[in-house]
Design a protein around this ligand. Sequence first.
Ligand code: FE
Length: 194
Amino acid sequence: MHHPRFDEFIKGLTNVVDTAKNEAEILARAEPLLQALVSKDDWLDDQYAQPHPQYYQQYCLYTCPQERFSVVSFVWGPGQKTPVHDHTVWGIIGMLRGAEVCERFEKQADGSYVSTGVETLQPGMTDCVSPTIGDIHRVSNAYDDQVSISIHVYGADIGTVKRHVYVPDTGEIKEFVSGYADVAAVQRSAGDRA
Ligand code: FE
């Protein structure tokens, strides 16, 4: 994925990750960069903006050579949502198109997880997650009749990270690795439907 605005963002982010002393400093300096990136919706290639009829899509836009961070476009078809999940590394979410609802969860003494509140992200807005500031949430497209797209930055090659989905009521935890959407396969299936 190349566009002057996106390339500038990657340059800035690389500098932050190279020079920041800790996670708090990375988040504080990187969030405004992502906010600037998603403040204009004119740079994302269409191939990374294609919804799937059944599943939300995660397209890898960039992975830094040392796997210290990755940038992903999340494409939500109408009504699509994630399970309750964690990331295990820092993450920043920037809303590009449409809107999404983020519901955070916290572990209770009995081992279950309860919702601590809901936030709606509108275009240009950002949000952060990490094991130190709260890492467990469920994200949904705010719309039942349109596609929404958010841009995510994570402190690892997130498609390869072992993380977890949660059954909130029982506290049951399952390991998962998200991978990334296969752009060519998505284009083929779009061709089949056309
Ligand atoms: Fe998430």
